[in-house]
Design a protein around this ligand. Structure first.
Ligand SMILES: C[S@@+](CC[C@H](N)C(=O)[O-])C[C@H]1O[C@@H](n2cnc3c(N)ncnc32)[C@H](O)[C@@H]1O
Length: 289
């Protein structure tokens, strides 16, 4: 299984406001959300983005089933406006973004996202130059501490950065596994959560410039959405959710959006039982006025 899509029915119910519209799935991944939407709405078409090579392969494997209803663009969703213009599309009827890492990316040890990985890569897009290994082995102690604090909300950011720099003096840190051990040697577990979780989150965000990409997407969206078109964003941690919440609020104050999710939408207990990952998913939806 490439990835189990979170809250597929909630998303399609809240996102689709025009049954024969053109929608953008900014984060195709395994195509779970796109496939669900296409199966429910027979006249919908989708422009799908993903910067990951594996997602492109996944698209190709499903292309015949999609029957020309999906156009895949292997690019960063921050370039949504430029890509739509190239296709001759000025406006769309909805935008979906399911932010973060797919299960396939996380579970593939060679990608370096998980604690047991023999690599330290973490790039979603392998055409990009900077990897987690480069950051860990070249940033100063202060730079590392700032990254861990700012993007991982890691309270022990200085202690963790100090341990990494100390270890770097005796050789390059090559794997996520080594990095995890270094962190675990200076930090105790908080409940069931691995001591390295926050540092890994911070690194991933920086390697992939995740928060800036999200901001750019949100800034581009009002220009791309038709009247009554909707934007649905699923986020998995508070840094992302705060950006979405603020953007929707600002656009609502300017009478550009009507917020449809006054109360944030989360996965049902039933879904959480079958897909643990859905536990931290937060869905916000707004409609262009
Ligand atoms: C959580 S997964 C999406 C899973 C998908 N909704 C599904 O049902 O299979 C996130 C995907 O978004 C992609 N991604 C993340 N940030 C991106 C960006 N800025 N531009 C393009 N793709 C991005 C990742 O490569 C990953 O495949």
């Amino acid at each position: 299984m490439y990835h189990i899509p979170v809250m597929p029915s909630e998303i399609s119910e809240l996102l689709i406001n025009k049954r024969d519209g053109i929608y953008v799935d900014c984060t195709f991944g395994g195509g779970g959300h796109s496939s669900y939407i296409l199966s429910k709405f027979k006249d919908v078409k989708i422009i799908a983005f993903d910067c990951d090579e594996d997602a492109f392969e996944q698209f190709k494997s499903k292309e015949s089933v999609f029957n020309k209803r999906v156009k895949f663009i292997r690019d960063n969703f921050k370039n949504i406006k430029k890509n739509l213009e190239t296709l001759g599309i000025q406006k769309v009827d909805g935008i979906l973004a399911d932010i973060g890492v797919s299960s396939k990316q996380f579970d593939n040890l060679s990608r370096g996202f998980s604690f047991d990985s023999p690599n330290l890569d973490m790039r979603m897009d392998n055409r990009q130059a900077v990897t987690a290994k480069e950051i860990i082995n070249t940033y100063s102690q202060e730079e590392l501490a700032d990254v861990f604090y700012k993007y991982g909300q890691e309270r022990k950011s200085r202690t963790v950065a100090e341990a990494i720099i100390k270890r770097c003096k005796s050789g390059v840190i090559n794997s996520a596994c080594e990095l995890k051990e270094i962190i675990c040697s200076v930090k105790r577990a908080e409940g069931k959560i691995n001591p390295a979780t926050k540092t890994f989150q911070a690194l991933r965000i920086v390697v992939n410039n995740e928060l800036d990409n999200l901001r750019i997407l949100l800034e581009s969206a009002p220009e791309i959405l038709n009247t009554s078109a909707r934007i649905a964003i699923i986020s998995f941690h508070s840094l992302e959710d705060t950006i979405v919440k603020q953007n929707f609020k600002e656009n609502s104050n300017k009478s550009i959006y009507k917020i449809l999710t006054k109360k944030i939408v989360t996965a049902s207990l039933e879904e959480i039982k079958t897909n643990v990952r859905s536990r931290s998913a937060k869905l916000r939806v707004a409609e262009k006025i």
